[in-house]
Design a protein around this ligand. Structure first.
Ligand SMILES: C[S@@+](CC[C@H](N)C(=O)[O-])C[C@H]1O[C@@H](n2cnc3c(N)ncnc32)[C@H](O)[C@@H]1O
Length: 287
């Protein structure tokens, strides 16, 4: 008997929920993941539960679910992910953009739109989601994305080219070491979604993160997870404009420490913003 969309989704949802390699942010994510993998296989959103799925598509779907329950993220299996309406390519060896970082980009966009010829720098840019969203939503801005990982930068550049976003430049840089000199005291907004997992917490991560994301995208090997943020705050005074903003995305448990670090370093109006899922916080401070 050929299976229906509803039957396949029920089975896949149960398998994803039962997998020890996966830590679901919310239980409903299992159904959403199953639906996006089935949609990928059948070529359209699986909205009709009674739709019959041909045998070849059924076999392909089972193979994808078998990969997923080992921990392989759905975004890597599909090869793309969506970020503030942009379709970004994903690749093994490069951090997968999270929807929780959409708020970080939004906070930057809001501040940049008020300024003339604004400049934004996204530190630890990865495949470039925040830099590309800012570049596409604020076309008047000059945007730079910096990262130490060559594979991440090559994917970020490919994403910019495919999406025709011309105002974003990606540079290989250890924190701010390779920023162009003409940006001195000219940066309106810094954004950073750093590798903030403390070294001692790495073994607690679920397999889908520990085994499928590059280690340097998860931890800077510091004891508290804030080594890269401290380096950025140390280096920023030479680059940030008076009245410019530092926006830092971290897990909720780190937000007070980041706020205190910003205040100690002369930032005012320090505030913590929740992302829409409540998964992370963006701490904003003005220099
Ligand atoms: C959590 S990922 C965030 C990537 C991207 N912002 C995103 O949200 O998808 C952290 C990134 O920091 C980069 N990174 C680690 N150490 C760095 C350093 N010293 N300087 C610049 N980037 C660094 C990693 O290569 C990785 O791409």
């Amino acid at each position: 008997m050929p299976a229906t969309v509803g039957e396949l989704l029920d089975g896949a949802e149960a398998q994803i929920k039962a997998s020890e390699a996966i830590e679901l942010w919310r239980p409903y994510m299992a159904r959403l993941e199953a639906a996006s993998l089935l949609g990928f296989v059948i070529g359209h959103d699986p909205e009709d539960a009674g739709e019959v799925v041909p045998a070849a598509a059924h076999r392909r779907f089972d193979a994808l679910i078998a990969r997923r329950i080992t921990g392989e993220p759905a975004a890597l299996i599909i090869g793309t992910t969506s970020f503030r309406g942009l379709e970004l390519r994903t690749r093994a060896g490069v951090f997968i953009p999270r929807s929780s970082s959409e708020s970080l980009a939004g906070e930057a966009v809001r501040r940049l739109r008020r300024r003339k010829r604004p400049v934004a720098v996204d530190v630890a840019t990865g495949s470039g989601p925040v830099a590309l969203a800012v570049g596409s939503e604020v076309p008047a801005a000059r945007v730079f994305g910096v990262d130490i990982s060559p594979p991440a930068l090559s994917l970020a550049r490919a994403n910019a080219k495919r999406l025709h976003i011309p105002n974003v430049t990606f540079l290989r840089s250890d924190v701010l070491s390779a920023l162009p000199k003409d940006l001195a005291h000219g940066v309106d907004v810094f954004t950073v979604h750093p590798p903030y997992v403390a070294r001692s917490m790495m073994s607690d991560l679920p397999a889908e993160i520990r085994e499928f994301e590059p280690e340097t995208s998860l931890t800077d090997q510091s004891e508290d997870g804030l080594g890269l943020v401290r380096a950025l705050v140390d280096q920023a005074p030479r680059w940030i404009r008076t009245g410019g903003w530092m926006l830092v995305e971290v897990s909720p448990d780190l937000s007070r420490r980041v706020g205190a670090l910003l205040r100690r370093n002369g930032y005012r109006d320090v505030k913590s913003h929740k992302d829409s899922l409540g998964a992370t916080r963006v701490i904003a401070g003005r220099r």
